[in-house]
Design a protein around this ligand. Structure first.
Ligand code: UGA
Length: 442
């Protein structure tokens, strides 16, 4: 089947590559000339395990190509996926500028029956707006025999595991009104659900809301655990034991219950706020979502206070090492990274920070301030030089089994603040470390 993906960002690019891998003919379009030129040279502008290899295989096989020519891409495809960014607007709502401008272009270029599939994360009602814009553009062309349909197909892939999430999804959500479009969408995704996982069809509004509900639910679980972790810290209970204790209840399940520095990234913070804004627009009070967001922000402040308190409320001129800059492991994405927020708060308080990260250091200028108080190190051991304490901010696998004795050689004191609960407190004490983590008795 001929597919065009508009937007070669995370979602667009991964979807394009995976659809091609399943045998479809895919054109991936972006208006960013530089990005298209990189992709055409076989360079992936983001760090995502496995993406580069799979992309090149499919380009070579002739199933995937990249272009800036949106007009050609629209004309040659039956399915047109909108996968452009919906960044946060000043008031917390999703900024739909890119989505709506793509709708206008589709209306100007559409030449035969198309299924226009929205994959961008958009508030309820956007499909209807997109439809109206396309209709109005077609009317301007004074033609009336072009049929099209709008479908909502939110994406649930996670950065770092994007290929696996797309190729073997837990479920595929499709909001659709017409039966013929439902059948075509079923055919399009046939190979992705051979593992028996369902394609769930529903009305368009519910599909649009399912995306926000899913991210907000996951963020809520994280904030719930983080809120409990403060109580654990005070009463001496262990949040890790509690995680296992509740997660083994099948009704609760194990995932997204890790307490830490809070959630970050380009999705949870933005989507929690956008859903909250939608509720306010309908005169509802988003009490729970507000709490989820404020707990998330408080969590890193609480952690910072732990560090500052340990140093008698004065970290001015002291050097700390932070391992991790990306918002989570296996990505170089620094958007809303809890690690970056923490580093900024440390330098604001007068500390010097040595930062190490396997992939994200190249973006330090974009997310860190007080750059004169920052030193960057590719090597995690070298980054410990003259450090009062190590702070673990992102749980890269490279940090799981460090040589603790080698670490001591470089540091001023044997202190670790672990914002991702990577080690057993008792074992760390035995190894001669002063170990502070989150919600665990120490
Ligand atoms: C998230 C969702 O998991 C995807 O399903 C969704 O498609 C995507 O947003 C999106 O809307 O595009 P992603 O932002 O890539 O994916 O990252 P996650 O793995 O969900 O992690 C988000 C944040 O939560 C990270 O900062 C992570 O460290 C944190 N987290 C995650 C915790 O603090 N505790 C946990 O137990 C799990």
């Amino acid at each position: 089947m001929n597919i065009c993906l508009i937007g070669a960002g995370y979602v667009g690019l991964v979807s394009a590559v995976c659809f091609a891998e399943m045998g479809h003919n895919v054109i991936c379009v972006d208006k960013d000339e530089h990005k298209i030129s990189l992709l055409n040279q076989g360079i992936v502008p983001i760090y995502e395990p496995g993406l580069l290899e799979l992309m090149n295989i499919n380009v070579e096989a002739g199933r995937l190509y990249f272009t800036e020519n949106i007009s050609e891409a629209i004309k040659e495809s039956l399915f047109i996926f909108i996968a452009v960014g919906t960044p946060q607007d000043e008031d917390g709502s999703a900024d739909l500028r890119h989505v709506l401008s793509v709708a206008e272009i589709i209306g100007r270029e559409i030449n035969s029956f198309k299924i226009i599939v929205n994959k961008s994360t958009v508030p309820v009602g956007t499909a209807k707006n997109v439809k109206n814009i396309i209709i109005s553009e077609i009317q301007k062309r004074r033609i009336d025999n072009i049929d099209f349909d709008i479908v909502s197909n939110p994406e649930f892939l996670k950065e770092g595991d994007a290929i696996n999430d797309f190729m073997r999804p837990d479920r595929i959500i499709i909001g659709v009104e017409r039966k013929d479009s439902e059948e075509l969408m079923k055919e399009l995704y046939f190979h992705f659900v051979k593992n028996g996982n369902p394609i769930i069809f529903m009305d368009i509004k519910s599909a649009e809301l399912t995306k926000y509900a899913s991210n907000a639910m996951l963020a809520t679980r994280i904030s719930f655990m983080n809120e409990l972790s403060s109580l654990c810290d005070i009463i001496g209970a262990d949040i890790e034991k509690i995680r296992i204790g509740i997660g083994t209840d099948k009704r609760i399940g194990m995932s997204f219950l890790y307490s830490g520095l809070g959630y970050g990234g380009s999705c949870f913070p933005k989507d929690v706020q956008a859903l909250s804004k939608t509720m306010k627009d309908f005169h509802l009070n988003p009490n729970l979502l507000n709490a989820v967001e404020s707990i998330n922000k408080e969590q890193r402040i609480r952690f910072l206070k732990k560090i500052i308190t340990r140093f008698e409320n004065n970290i001015v001129g002291k050097t700390f090492t932070v391992w991790g800059l990306s918002f989570k492991p296996k990505t170089d994405d620094i958007r809303e990274s809890p690690a970056a927020h923490l580093i900024n708060m440390l330098t604001d308080a007068g500390a010097h920070v040595n930062v190490s990260d396997p992939e994200a250091l190249k973006y330090s200028n974009l997310c860190l301030r007080n750059l004169e108080s920052i030193s960057l190190f590719k090597d995690k051991y070298l980054s410990l030089k003259d450090s009062e304490a190590l702070v673990i901010a992102t749980e890269w696998s490279q940090y799981r089994n460090p040589d603790f004795e080698l670490m001591k050689l470089n540091m001023k004191r044997n202190i670790i603040f672990d914002g991702r609960n990577q080690f057993e407190p008792e074992k760390m004490t035995q190894l001669g470390w002063e170990y502070h983590c989150i919600g665990r008795s120490n």
